[in-house]
Design a protein around this ligand. Sequence first.
Ligand code: KG4
Ligand code: ZN
Length: 360
Amino acid sequence: MKILAIESSCDETACAVIEDGRTVLSNVISSQADLHHLFGGVVPEIASRKHIEAIVPVLRSGLAEAGLTWSDIDCLAVTCGPGLVGALLVGVSFAKGLASALQKPLVPVHHLAAHLAANYLHSPDLAPPFMALIVSGGHSHIVLVRDYCDFDILARTRDDAAGEAFDKISRALGLGYPGGPLIDALAATGDPQAVAFPKPNLADHSLDFSFSGLKTAALNELNRQQLQADPEAVRQGSYDPRLADFCSSYQHAVVSELAGHAVAACLAHQVRRLVLAGGVAANQGLRKLVTRLTVENRIELFIPPAQLCTDNAAMVGAMAYYCPQPAGLDRWDAKPSLDLETWSREQTQALVQRGRLASS
Ligand code: KG4
Ligand code: ZN
């Protein structure tokens, strides 16, 4: 089964061809990050226009790189939400037109479920059940993955997402968008104990995340130290050492929360496998800390390579392989705030109706 997948939910236009849910035949990504960098964040209207410009060449490259023609493709897939409405609509409308012209089925895929599925590409034997920490620019979830499409969300963020926690501080420092990669690089050369940041403390001791207090403490600290950075100078390795200490301490505070809660969820639910996913899973500090904590607690860990953590279409094709095909193109549309649990329930119901799962 060869699936051609399209991703356009934020600032990457991407196309990939995936065979049998596990093998990447092509994976083409056109990023707009350099454009949005000027504005310190993604500008939705610019994102939509750039997707329209990029989608045809990216699709052609995706097919050519796989060495295939349209008649070799069995099925199409597209991210249907969550994301920026205009950006999603470019991918969804294009995919519907293509599916209709080619007379091929089209599978709508939840973006966070797709992030999870990046692990199926990297670890061919991985199968549910497992625990997952999904951390992206807009979401921070701990999810119990019971089956390929059956998810139980155990924790969410109550304010900023993990990626936002990096991007907002990056913007305040003058480092621009996206913030994660530069803070990660600076953090590697600094002292994680240099600044003592407060530990978020939710009154109900839940596994939920909260980063807004940490963000305020970080803004106060960078004002106190009068820290500002020039992204070009940082890229060339020339910067104030206090900047590296600040980034290292801040990153340590953020990733300690993420890693600590994810491991606590595994222990509380007696799940011995943890999967990391989403753009923030590319973070070196997070990867190192989760590796240490999972070894200490005898939990098996799965993390995709960094290029499969950030947005791509290969993960969409991997997830689509396990999803039911919807009844018709007019039955669904792009949904900018599509919830993962709602989507999971719909998928499971569709699978039950088709007799692929026992209704109990
Ligand atoms: O999953 P993703 O590519 O797009 C969304 O679905 O949002 O995640 C993008 C987020 C951005 O906030 C970016 O700053 C963050 O992932 N990110 C990182 C790193 N690379 C990307 N955060 C921390 N460390 C990184 N190395
Ligand atoms: Zn994403």
